[in-house]
Design a protein around this ligand. Structure first.
Ligand code: PMP
Length: 312
């Protein structure tokens, strides 16, 4: 990825990516003591507008992740939102993008701890097109790796070091010929994908693990629940057994990068008809329109970059 021309926000200033460096001994790099967000921006060519999605929700979550790691974001959520819009504007993006705000322990010394270590905050934006084809159903497996438990390191915080857990599961899945992994919790209940929340459809109802199941409380997860409920689809948050995945009519992942990603097989068993199911398709179509400013009911999720008027 050539980022040389990209403007980032780092150390309190807007600067070129190449000019924003961190040292080899940086605490966050050596010990995984950082947290981050992934935020999407979707370009609508007709409106000539870049819509930034769920900024407040992402920055609220970043505040919580930082608090858990004994760090304090030096900006309010409103300031972070304004900064993010300014960053998108300075890059003059006319394409879909992904923004990576992060705050990490910045000391360059030896000694694992959370207290008494200075922090560094940065936002790095990158052009970012389609991550997963929403019309292709994924082949997924149950991972042999378990999702980290909240008693070890809290998965509700988006902690950099915790992504070793995700990376182990993802690489195991890919090298075994699957597209993605589903991780179970230590107690055998379904948690989530390597970087996605999981939903199942059965008898017309939507089920997803509740926040006590060692999942990240996904912003897309919440958005999909809102779309479902406003379309008369009941959503149940509860603990889910592995066998329920095999009995599901439809299964799909949700996440900022992918939106909704349908699942066609789980552990070599076909889900429903093996193609994108009707409820998944409906939710996905509404979500895809919503993030490009084409669903007035969900306009409050979006922040405009350029401020252009939406055509009637
Ligand atoms: N779980 C994990 C482990 C993730 O990394 C992500 C991606 N941020 C998600 C779930 C989905 O969360 P969101 O919808 O906020 O992107």
């Amino acid at each position: 990825m050539d980022l040389s021309a990209t403007t980032v926000f780092s150390g309190g200033e807007f600067r070129r990516y190449d000019e924003a460096k961190v040292g080899l001994l940086t605490h966050g790099l050596q010990y995984g003591t950082g947290c981050f967000e992934g935020i999407r921006g979707y370009w609508n060519a007709e409106d000539r507008e870049l819509y930034l999605v769920l900024l407040r929700e992402h920055y609220d979550r970043l505040k919580i992740s930082a608090k858990i790691l004994l760090m304090e974001l030096p900006y309010s959520v409103d300031e972070l939102i304004a900064m993010t819009v300014e960053l998108a504007k300075r890059n003059a993006f006319e394409t879909d993008i992904y923004m990576r705000p992060c705050i990490f322990k910045a000391a360059e010394d030896i000694g694992v701890r959370l207290h008494n270590v200075p922090d560094h905050f940065a936002i790095i934006p990158v052009p970012f097109g389609t991550y997963l084809d929403p019309n292709k159903a994924l082949n997924v497996c149950t991972s042999s790796w378990r999702r980290a438990d909240d008693t070890m390191a809290p998965p509700r915080a988006k902690i950099t070091g915790l992504y070793v857990n995700s990376a182990l599961a993802k690489s195991e899945a890919i090298t075994n010929g699957f597209d993605e992994a589903i991780l179970l919790s230590h107690d055998g209940h379904v948690a989530e994908g390597s970087a996605e929340n999981l939903f199942l459809v059965r008898h017309g109802k939507l089920y997803t693990p509740d926040p006590s199941q060692n999942v990240l409380e996904g912003c897309t997860r919440r958005a999909i629940m809102t779309i479902a409920e406003s379309n008369g689809i009941e959503v149940v948050e509860r603990s889910i057994d592995r066998g329920e995945l095999y009995a599901a009519d439809e299964l799909f992942f949700t996440g900022t990068a992918a939106g909704i990603a349908p699942i066609g097989t789980i552990d070599r068993r076909t889900v429903g008809t093996g193609t994108v199911g009707p409820i998944t398709r409906k939710l996905s179509e509404i979500y895809q329109r919503a993030v490009r400013g084409q669903e007035p009911a969900f306009a409050s999720w979006l922040t405009r970059t350029y401020g252009a008027k939406v055509s009637a």
